[in-house]
Design a protein around this ligand. Structure first.
Ligand SMILES: Cc1cc2nc3c(=O)[nH]c(=O)nc-3n(C[C@H](O)[C@H](O)[C@H](O)COP(=O)(O)O)c2cc1C
Length: 319
């Protein structure tokens, strides 16, 4: 049973980041960045959708609001073997709103239900939704209750990932929208009480194992975003704590070393180490040599693109 997930994050949760996180936790569910249905239909499919088998379990997040286009994109994506498809109904950026999807879809529960049905018909699989607890300054619980009620009853969606903040559609940037509207976890807990048969995953501002444990006593599962990026080593204990494993917990040094073959392949194929190492900057978060690790990854490795330089750094980082 899925307990812990790392949130979809544009520009962050790409395949390089996901491969890195897999060195830390084998069982945490990972998400792609949001991929717009139109991009899959018209763009470079392999580039957008391919991933390595180590990344499983991996969920594809789609953006869009046209049931026909979404089902077309989902049929294409199905060939790649994702664990699940998730529909983004929580992103407040202007660009996304002008395409009439993301958080503004919370005002269109019937359309979301149609999208879910169409995605389910296309794939034969369960589709999930990620959304907020409300829009703009409206703090009425009924808004999110009705949204879930409709998307579940009309669309057949059984799993909801709830970012425990409102989305402010006008006047705030996406970044501000992740910080300014207050977190209201009680709303998400109430949803689980009112829809006990649905799978409710909570998201927003979750930073520690203690936080995770508190939330798991109210809802089914927990999704972390920024903390998973800034402090990836937090996930070192996740498999043992939440997936009944009894594996030796890897050290940071072991994790950094385990990336060498992957990085070697990148260099051999003419790629840039930095495209992967930029996601590893937080590995030593809170440790004595964290600053050095960060500095070398963000300067020397970019300039030299040298695997030897990376190996030297890793040797120096022995704890
Ligand atoms: C850089 C960045 C990019 C994001 N991109 C997406 C996205 O593509 N789709 C999505 O549903 N949410 C996106 N989010 C929101 C996160 O999935 C998550 O809901 C939010 O960060 C709150 O969780 P947190 O407090 O644990 O970070 C993004 C967040 C960040 C920081």
């Amino acid at each position: 049973m899925e307990k812990i997930a790392i949130a979809p994050m544009l520009d962050w949760t790409d395949k390089n980041y996901r491969y890195f996180m897999r060195q830390i936790s084998q069982h945490t569910t990972l998400y792609t960045e949001m991929i717009v249905a139109d991009a899959i239909i018209h763009g470079e499919r392999d580039k957008l959708l391919s991933f390595s088998s180590e990344e499983h379990p991996l969920v594809l997040q789609l953006g869009g609001s046209d049931p026909t286009k979404l089902s077309h994109a989902a049929k294409v994506a199905k060939e790649y073997g994702y664990k699940e498809i998730n529909l983004n109904c929580g992103c407040p950026s202007d660009k996304v709103q002008s395409g009439s999807f993301g958080a503004c879809l919370m005002q269109e529960a019937n359309l979301v239900a149609d999208c879910i049905k169409s995605l389910q018909d296309a794939t034969g699989e369960n589709i999930t939704v990620k959304h907020r607890i409300g829009l703009d300054r409206n703090e009425d619980y009924k808004q999110v209750y009705d949204f879930i009620d409709t998307v579940h009853n009309k669309g057949g969606c059984n799993k909801f990932i709830v970012h425990a903040r409102n989305a402010i559609l006008q006047g705030l940037s996406p970044k501000q929208n992740r910080e300014i509207p207050p977190l209201r976890y009680d709303i998400v807990y109430q949803l689980k009480t009112d829809f006990p048969h649905l799978d409710i995953m909570i998201n927003g501002g979750i930073k520690t194992i203690d936080d995770i444990n508190t939330h798991l006593s109210h809802v089914d599962s927990v999704m972390l975003g920024r903390e998973a990026y800034y402090n990836p080593y937090l996930f070192a204990h996740v498999d043992n704590l939440y997936y009944n494993k009894n594996n030796p917990v890897k050290t940071r040094h072991e994790i950094a070393s385990s990336m060498i073959p992957y990085l070697e392949n990148i260099v051999k194929s003419g790629g840039k180490l930095h495209h992967t190492t930029r996601h590893m900057i937080g590995l030593y978060h809170g440790c004595k040599r964290a600053k050095l690790w960060r500095q070398v990854l963000t300067t020397k490795i970019i300039q030299s693109n040298s695997l030897d330089e990376y190996k030297e750094l890793v040797d120096y980082m022995v704890e």
